[in-house]
Design a protein around this ligand. Sequence first.
Ligand SMILES: O=C(O)C(=O)C[C@]1(C(=O)O)C=C[C@@H](O)C=C1
Length: 293
Amino acid sequence: MTVATAKRAPSVIAHLGPAGTYSEQAAFFYLNWLKSNQNIEANLSPYPTIAKSLQAVTTQQANIAVIPVENSIEGSVSMTMDSLWQLDTLQIKLALVLPINHALISCANSLDKIETVYSHPQALAQCQGWLAKFLPNANLIASNSTTEALQRLPGVPIIAAISSSRAAQLYNLPILVSGINDYPENCTRFWVVDQADSAEQSFAPTHTSLAFSLPANMPGALVKALEVFAHLGINLSRIESRPTKRSLGEYLFFIDAEAGINSPLLRSALSELSTFSEVLKVFGSYNILAINS
Ligand SMILES: O=C(O)C(=O)C[C@]1(C(=O)O)C=C[C@@H](O)C=C1
């Protein structure tokens, strides 16, 4: 007797598109990692914004999203922080760190012909020193991703875009200058997120990300919340504030703690923190993988 086993449908991984973005690169790394570590097949699915790639998971169009969180030069990606706080049902399952090397892509044959430069605001900010020095008069125009404006370049030698050399190759476009980020050790951290009810958890997570609001805007309120971690000897690798959007001067605090959710110390920290916070959200507990590109 043969027993038919149902073949699992490939997982869908949402990421910021169109093709060639750094997010796609990180998502592609994760696709290969899933195949070789868990024998899971997956397909990539591009979305026009980071928020839409997260929504694709909450509406079950995708199983997973790979989203940028923090850059070593420019800091947090605020759209990611805000979306995670608003979309309650997501959890972080892994972090990926990708080296970022920007190139100026253009059909112009010299810098002095360029009038306009397009890119994602994070990429424009990561190259602001270079742009101020070599293209001080250019209009800088923000786009939804580093690759969104690439299809405008052919035949228009007065515009340029900041993107990766991988994207230049993909769109068959010339690189005018490479390595234009202001700091050579530029890298971006991405989170792999899925639905909080998925059974899969990291085996021995090393980091936990959370955010909280405070019950009152008064002296010592934040210190009390942070002291919980200090007293239990838990190191924090990031603390970031974002406006609550309720009133000016009121903040949410985003924290990455260097401890997994399995750790009894972290569990005590979370239960104590809940007494000092108004709303406390734990986004997930995970490991960090470095991508060598
Ligand atoms: O536009 C892209 O290519 C992205 O994947 C987005 C993004 C970001 O939001 O930080 C990712 C990595 C780089 O830091 C620049 C841009």
